[in-house]
Every structure is written in C-alpha cells, then in structure tokens.
Write a protein that binds this ligand. Structure first.
Ligand code: SAT
Ligand code: MN
Length: 616
C-alpha cells in the first residue's frame, strides 16, 4: 500500500489546501500507484497517447493522412451514456424530480465508497484541473476531475482548458466542481491490462448540493469526460438556477446576412440530432455566412444591456462520426483532419479512419470497430452508431473569431427541435417567451444511439435536457419562466424546428443540411421584422412564399406538406402533453399548464385565431 506521504510529493504545485486535501482523501480511498497533476501541455498529451498505444487502447493513425491522431476502440459493452445508471443525489427526492434516478446522497456515497476502495490499484490517478469556458471569462467555472484513465486526460485536453492557468484562476480558496472518475478496473498482480478497462457495475452520480460528481465503471464519452454533461449541464444548471443564469444543451452559431449584419442563435436538440451539422452548416442561400461558436453546450447570462450573453464552455467537439461527410458536414471533417481522437470508428488498410457515409464508395477492406476484418459484403456496419471524433474547436474552418470572447455573444434567437417523422412543421415561431418555454417544455424526439437503449422510440425531451437536467424539471421550467420575467430583459425570440418530417412513404420532406439556411434566413429576418409569419393554433409559421426557396427544387406541394399544421394530429398531442406535465405535480408552473389550455382552445376555435397574418 502506498503511503499518503508519497502521494503528497506530487502535489506540491497545488496552492489550494482544500484541493490538496480532497486529492489525498481520494488517493487513500482508491489506492492508485501514483498521483500526477496534469499541466495541460502538449508533452503531457503525447505521454497519454504513448501510454494508450502501449496498453493497446489506441492505434496511431497514418501521420500523412491524419497527423497526430489516434483510433481507440472501446469495449462493446461501454459505448454510450448510460442513462439508467445516471443518478441525481439531492438530499430530497423531489428535488431530483420524476425524470431522474434518485438516491439519498449519504446512501449513494456509502455504496460508491465501497466501489472506489482500491479501484485505482496499479494505475495513475490523474488530477485534471480544467476550466469550462475561457479561463479569463467571468462566465466560466472551474472543475477538477480525478481520473485513472489516460483516455480521459487526452480527451479533456481537447474538450476543456486544462492545466496551470486553471490552478492559478482557482487561487488558494476558489470554488470548483469535484469530479471523481474511475474506470473501475484495478490492476491486480501481473495480469495484463485490458485495452479498454471498465466495469460491469456502472454509476454516474451527481450531488448537486455539494457540486460533486462520482463516476464509476465507464470510460466512454459523457460518462467519463466529466466536464461535459456531468459538470457543464447537470451540475451547472443547478448553479445557474441558484445564481440566475442558464446552462443549456445548445449549440451557438453566428449568422451573417449579405448586408454584413450578424446575429447569434442558440439551438437545443437531443443528442445525435444534428447539432454539430447545424452549428457548422454551409449555407446554400447565396451571400449568407454561418460561423460556429459551439456545438453542444451554452451558458447564458444577462449582460448590462438586458440581453442574454452566451459562452461555449467547451474547447472541442465530441461529434458523432457516422454520417459525417464532405457533403453533410465538410467543416466537421476538416476540423478532425489532425490532432484528433477517433473512438469506435473503422480503420482503413493505409492507417486512416472510416465510417459509414464518409465516402460515396465503401473501402474494399477495413478493420471494423470490433477489430474484425470487414468488407462491404460483410453485411454489417463497420462502425458503432455512436462512434465519435474528439477535435479541437480552434481547428474548425468556420469557427467564429469571437468564440472565446470572455464576455460571450448576445443571443437573438433560440431554436428548439427534435426528430419527428410526423406532425411537427419545419419551423414555428413562439407567440412570446412563455409560449416559447411551452414549446421547449414539450420538445419530443425519436431516440438515437447516443444513449444506451432503444433507438427510434418517441420521448418527450424538454429543452433537449431530459438526460441532463440536474434538478426537478418542473423547477427548471419555472426557472425558464423567471428568466423571461427578468426586469429590463431583452429576450431572444424562440422557434421550434423539425428537419425530419417524412411523407407517408417514409421519405424526408425537407432536404436538411445546408438547405436549413433557408429556415435560418427566415428566423434572422423575423428577428429584424423583415419576414412574414401567419398565426396558427400552434404558433407563427411562414407560408411557402415567406421562405426563400430560390434554387430549391422541391416537388410541388412538398413545402406545403412540411409546413402543414395538422389540427386533428395536434389535438392528439393534448393528452400526452397533459400527461407529460402531470408527472411534475405541484412543481409544474401553472403558466405552462395554461399554455396547454390555450393550445387546446386555439385548436378547437377553428379559423378564428388561425390564418391571421402576423406581418413583420
Ligand atoms: O454525452 S456524450 O458526451 O457522450 C454525447 C452526447 O450524448 O451528446
Ligand atoms: Mn449533446
């Protein structure tokens, strides 16, 4: 057993006594072989890559094709977020609410202590001081992740700001989120390490009141890179509620029109619904420009002018690989051209990565994500559907120059969306903030492979935060309403979009991708009072003539279909929405229940309040 004094030696660079004490407590519980404080340097990154290559976790890719990049294949039992193993351990069960798994914090910690005891034997405990957001921004927050995974260290280098400058910001008594992570696979005796150590027992636990995260047994994505979903969403949204700001599952993009006027849009979609594609979209409308500030998370706070200013707390993209191509998202592919980590992708004979839809023709031979030889005749996918690339944001060809602005950028419009094959029109503008919160609160989507479980079944995913809201969702809705009633607030307009509506034969009605810029143009012009909308029972919609469709060759009637408000279909939504809201009991804000009544009344009212032009 290693004596505490040996651990202490490595910690001399830390000036924060509270941090030192916590690291020592964790070390004496987890019993790692050694403790290493991460400095965020390129040398340290290379050391992690070397360790992973040596252990058989990673394969260096062809230097000429994909410089300074690796391919990692996980255990097939550890490939996505595990929502059924994710807990919000608030003192009161009601504070976690009906959409979260809950356990009493003391009880959960007692269980976790047993699991963590000796869990890092034979491994290095890495102390990863990281900052979510630019280190010099007042909107940013510091966290420290203690992890026994070099894969986590390398990914955190890309996804966050790591190292000495973060410790400096922390000072001697700064606040930080405590994240403890172990793959849960102690190294016993002489036995060789597994290429992807993990444990059958997995727990992703959050203690919102004490701003702590304990994650055990998984090395994958949001389960293990604790800065991302665990800190920047589940813990941060609780901090945001307490401090009067917002932590949201949103991309941030900058739109510039042909006159050179720029607006910033934040957009919330469930995981793997095309946030990265939208954030980096190549507009098909001539003269328009899209630039990216972030593809997953936005932290927003009121500025002195009453507008909501957003920062992207992350420094990299953890994007879904399959489906990403020079056609669908050239900017994502170019971002990941070098200095990137590829997880659960396939490997080509010349040492590069490949995934479904990357190229028009499939390579003749590959090694698939399960390390098996693969040919197009194999009759199976070469890549896991949740395969990912981790790539630095700064490498994105369309990164907005102000993406690290400490003040953030003022948000003009918020989009909500999901994957809905039926019913939900291409775009709907909310009547006002409260109605917009209602649209967000009723967001629904067909599930994707980003989380373990069934794919394609419909679920309500309010504000795309269902898996990420660290407190009672009823209270979260109330927080949104409170933000909207802030005195002096100059609020963004709220829209709901659905790129995924299908015809009866199952064909997508809208081409999506770059053509979504036509919808963005309408959103932009609505914000400027330059585009028409028509009031319907469900919100304000463009008529076909209000969208810029020049050069878009849709079959006759398609645009009408994609914008149609199917009243009977919407009537069928009323009961499910009431049921959805009922689960929050007395935590459900009355103003949102009133919105359901309003929708129902408008649907029943026939044409009296629908079809009226709501000019500019
Ligand atoms: O949570 S992950 O970071 O693994 C990815 C996602 O679900 O968006
Ligand atoms: Mn996400």
């Amino acid at each position: 057993m290693t004596a505490t004094s040996e651990y202490t030696a490595g910690l001399s660079g830390i000036k924060h006594p509270g941090l030192v004490q916590w690291v020592l407590e964790v070390a004496s519980l987890c019993k790692p072989e050694r403790v290493q404080v991460c400095d965020g340097s390129p040398a340290e990154y290379n050391e992690m890559i070397r360790a992973m290559v040596q252990q058989g976790t990673a394969i260096p890719l062809n230097e000429e094709k994909r410089p300074n990049s690796i391919l990692v294949r996980s255990d097939p039992a550890d490939v996505a977020r595990v929502e059924d193993r994710t807990y919000i351990c608030s003192r009161q069960r009601e504070d976690a609410g009906p959409t979260n798994n809950w356990e009493d914090p003391e009880k959960m910690k007692a269980q976790l202590r047993d699991l963590f005891a000796g869990a890092m034997a034979g491994r290095t405990l890495y102390v990863i001081p990281y900052c979510m957001g630019p280190v010099e921004s007042p909107l940013s927050k510091v966290g420290v992740e203690l992890s026994d995974s070099p894969y986590v260290v390398a990914n955190m280098h890309i996804m966050t700001r790591v190292g000495a400058r973060v410790l400096e910001r922390l000072g001697v008594d700064g606040e930080f989120v405590r994240g403890l992570h172990s793959v849960g696979a102690p190294l016993e005796g002489e036995a060789a390490d597994s290429p992807w150590p993990n444990s059958k027992t997995k727990y992703i636990c959050h203690f919102p009141e004490t701003r702590e995260i304990w994650s055990f047994g998984s090395g994958y994505g949001g389960n293990a890179l604790l800065g991302k979903k665990c800190h920047a969403l589940r813990i941060a949204c609780v901090q945001a509620r307490d401090e009067g700001w917002m932590a949201e599952h949103m991309l941030i993009m900058k739109l510039t029109n042909p006159e050179g006027v720029a607006k910033y849009v934040a957009a919330a979609f469930p995981s793997a619904c095309g946030k990265t594609n939208l954030a980096m979209l190549v507009p098909t409308v001539p003269g328009w420009k899209v630039e990216t500030l972030g593809d997953d998370i936005a932290w927003m706070r009121f500025g002195a002018d009453g507008r909501l200013y957003a920062i992207n707390p992350e420094a990299g993209f953890f994007g879904v690989a399959p489906g990403t191509s020079m056609e669908s998202n050239p900017n994502a592919l170019l971002t990941a051209a070098s200095n990137s980590i590829f997880t659960n992708c396939a490997m080509t004979p010349d040492g590069d990565v490949w995934w479904e839809s990357m190229t028009a023709t499939k390579p003749a031979n590959l090694v698939d994500w399960k390390r098996r030889p693969w040919t197009p005749q194999s009759g199976r996918k070469a890549v896991h559907p949740n395969a990912r690339f981790t790539a630095p944001s700064r490498q994105c060809p369309v990164i907005a120059p102000e993406w690290e602005s400490p003040a953030g950028v003022p948000i003009d419009a918020i989009l909500f969306g999901g994957r809905r094959a039926k019913l939900v029109p291409l775009v709907t503008e909310a009547f006002d903030w409260q109605h917009g919160v209602f649209l967000g609160a009723t967001c629904s989507s067909e599930t994707t492979a980003a989380a373990a479980g069934a794919v394609g079944s419909l679920r309500r995913d309010p504000m795309a935060m269902l898996p990420f809201c660290g407190y009672n969702m009823g209270d979260y809705f109330a927080h949104w309403l409170k933000i909207g009633s802030t005195e002096g607030a100059v609020l963004p307009r709220i829209f709901y979009v659905n790129w995924f509506r299908q015809d009866d034969a199952g064909n997508f009605l809208w081409p999506g991708f770059g053509e979504n810029s036509r919808v963005l143009q309408w959103v932009f012009d609505r914000c400027d009072g330059k585009a028409n909308a028509t009031d319907t029972a469900i919100g304000r919609l463009p008529e076909p003539a209000d969208l810029n469709t020049s050069g878009l060759n849709l079959a006759p009637g398609t645009l009408e279909q994609v914008l149609a408000v199917d009243k009977a279909g919407w009537q069928g939504e009323i009961e499910p929405i009431r049921k959805h809201f009922a689960q929050f009991g007395d935590r459900m804000p009355a103003a949102l229940s009133a919105q359901v009544d309003g929708l129902e009344a408008r649907l029943k009212a026939g044409s009296c309040c629908c079809g009226s032009k709501h000019g500019k």
